[in-house]
Design a protein around this ligand. Structure first.
Ligand code: ZN
Length: 513
């Protein structure tokens, strides 16, 4: 979409005449360009630029800044007179609207100066940018400070408010979320366009991936922390299996701690990647399909394939790194472990920085999100965080530390990476052991413990209580995960054994589900 159209969409309708007239400035630029081309004496070019483009730009700046300043001064005066909390709330909303106005115009100014440099083949940034940045509407820190003052006044006028995830970032959104519908101001986009967000901002919105039978949008929640400084784009996805939810609080807590004004680069998080599965607390898509087996999907495929395709195409393809957060499947429990290709130096480093209990070398299986990302040359790891359908604080704490380690290592946040006191167990490969009989299953060892070859690992009893079969460890290894549901039919999984011996294989398949 052209910037001019984007600008029109972003403009608040009631204020539209006060925005920088980007279209007019652009046509002035091209007029100036053709006049310069027609000049016999090129030394007159600067005077032409001055008379046409610059004067027009300065007039526009005066218009934007004049409007902004009068509103801002008015709001300051309102603030001085304020008492009741209702008025504070209205003022907070007004300032946010003005803040949006200031930000949009700031972007438009930068864009037009960049365009002028290109069209007129004359770099005017050093001359024009200081003039723009001297305008009151570009002073976002001042606005934030003011907003904070109003927020504190609002807070003082309000009864003790229960702490929320967003309590550290006073903003209008928080005020709304306490009293009104939480999603009332969350926008919906048809795609993820990272250029459309302002540096130093955190944004929350929906991205449409498909439509249901009512013709309503199926949308996923997305959070973006766009740093004030350039840097890598790290994507974090959770609940691609709808009942694997330990990743969700990791994202919430990470965003609570991230300061976008200090951040180098961008963090994009999808707290629930499989929305239909999440709504029914199930692993698969609404028809039961495992989305982590149909990646990268197909634009003209089945419903889950289309959903998977759009997840990749509209969101994941913008990432430069991916951390995909999972847990064990229903009826099983896991250690805190990472699945990563240890033959790839980038993913090996990400896996180690994650500080898990166990790392399993695994060349991504076909159809997984990790595999599809790696195919696009996006280094990706899968983090398996404990058990399904629950939040486990100790795992969440450790996994969050690992995620921040990766951000530190990429120089995105100032903190130093915290390395573990002891190294994780690194498995060259792993495999599942399956039951031959049906009956009542008891798996003996705990996760993250060692077994020796020949040691008993599981019993199956008949429904009458007789011992039918005992299983023995085929190799020395570490228990990566295990089945805990005693109801067992032949072919059920018993435990996931990690093997430390040997070399990393070019292709591994552990039958993981
Ligand atoms: Zn999973």
């Amino acid at each position: 979409m052209k910037f001019q159209q984007q600008l029109a969409l972003k403009a608040i309708p009631s204020l539209s005449k006060y925005y920088l007239d980007y279209k007019l400035l652009k046509s002035t630029l091209y007029d100036t360009q053709s006049q310069i081309e027609g000049l016999e004496d090129k030394s007159q070019a600067p005077a032409l630029i001055e008379a046409n483009f610059k004067n027009r730009l300065f007039a526009e700046l005066d218009k934007v800044n004049g409007f902004y300043t009068s509103r801002y001064d008015g709001y300051r005066k309102t603030y001085e007179d304020l008492k009741g909390r209702k008025k504070c709330k209205k003022l907070l909303n007004d300032i946010e609207i003005l803040s949006d106005f200031g930000n949009v115009n700031f972007t438009a100014c930068h864009k037009i100066v960049k365009k002028a440099t290109k069209v007129l083949e004359k770099d005017m940034r050093s001359e024009l940018l200081p003039k723009i940045e001297a305008c009151a509407f570009t002073k976002s820190e001042l606005r934030d400070k003011f907003m904070n003052e109003v927020f504190m006044l609002w807070h003082d006028n309000t009864l003790a408010v229960q702490d929320t995830l967003w309590s550290h970032r006073p903003s209008c959104r928080r005020v709304e979320s306490i009293e009104d519908e939480v999603t009332s101001d969350i926008k919906t986009y048809s795609n993820l366009n990272l250029d459309s967000f302002f540096p130093g901002d955190v944004s929350r919105f929906w991205v449409v991936l498909a439509e249901n039978a009512l013709g309503l949008s199926l949308k996923v929640p997305v959070m973006v922390a766009k740093g004030a400084f350039p840097g890598p784009i790290v994507g974090i996805t959770a609940a691609l299996h709808g009942n694997e939810i330990n990743g969700i609080p990791i994202i919430h807590r990470l965003f609570k701690d991230l300061d976008p004004n200090q951040l180098h680069g961008t963090v994009v998080a999808v707290p629930v990647a499989n929305v239909p599965g999440f709504l029914t607390s199930q692993r698969g898509y609404n028809d039961g399909t495992d989305l982590n087996r149909v990646m990268p999907g197909k634009p003209n495929g089945t419903s889950p394939q289309v959903y998977a395709y759009n997840l990749m195409d509209r969101i994941v393809k913008h990432f430069e790194y991916l951390i995909d957060l999972h847990t064990a499947s229903r009826g099983r429990i896991n250690s805190l472990y990472v699945r990563a290709n240890m033959l790839d130096s980038r993913t090996r480093r990400m896996a180690k920085l994650q500080n898990p209990q166990i790392i399993v070398h695994n060349t991504s299986p076909d159809g997984s999100l990790r595999g599809a990302a790696m195919e696009r040359n996006i280094p990706a790891i899968t983090l398996e965080i404990g058990d399904p359908s629950r939040f486990q604080k100790h795992f969440v704490d450790n996994a969050l530390l690992g995620v921040t380690n990766i951000l530190s290592h990429l120089h995105m946040i100032p903190a130093e990476a915290e390395l573990p006191e002891y190294d994780p167990v690194v498995c060259t490969h792993s495999y599942w052991i399956f039951s031959r009989s049906g009956g009542i299953l008891t798996v003996l060892p705990d996760v993250n413990t060692w077994v020796r070859k020949g040691e008993p690992i599981a019993h199956i009893h008949s429904v009458f209580g007789d011992l039918i079969e005992t299983y023995y460890a085929p190799d020395d290894g570490v228990i990566v995960g295990k089945h805990v549901d005693p109801v067992c039919q032949s072919g059920n999984r018993i435990l996931h054994l990690g093997i430390v011996e040997g070399q990393y294989l070019q292709h591994t398949d552990d039958g993981h589900l």
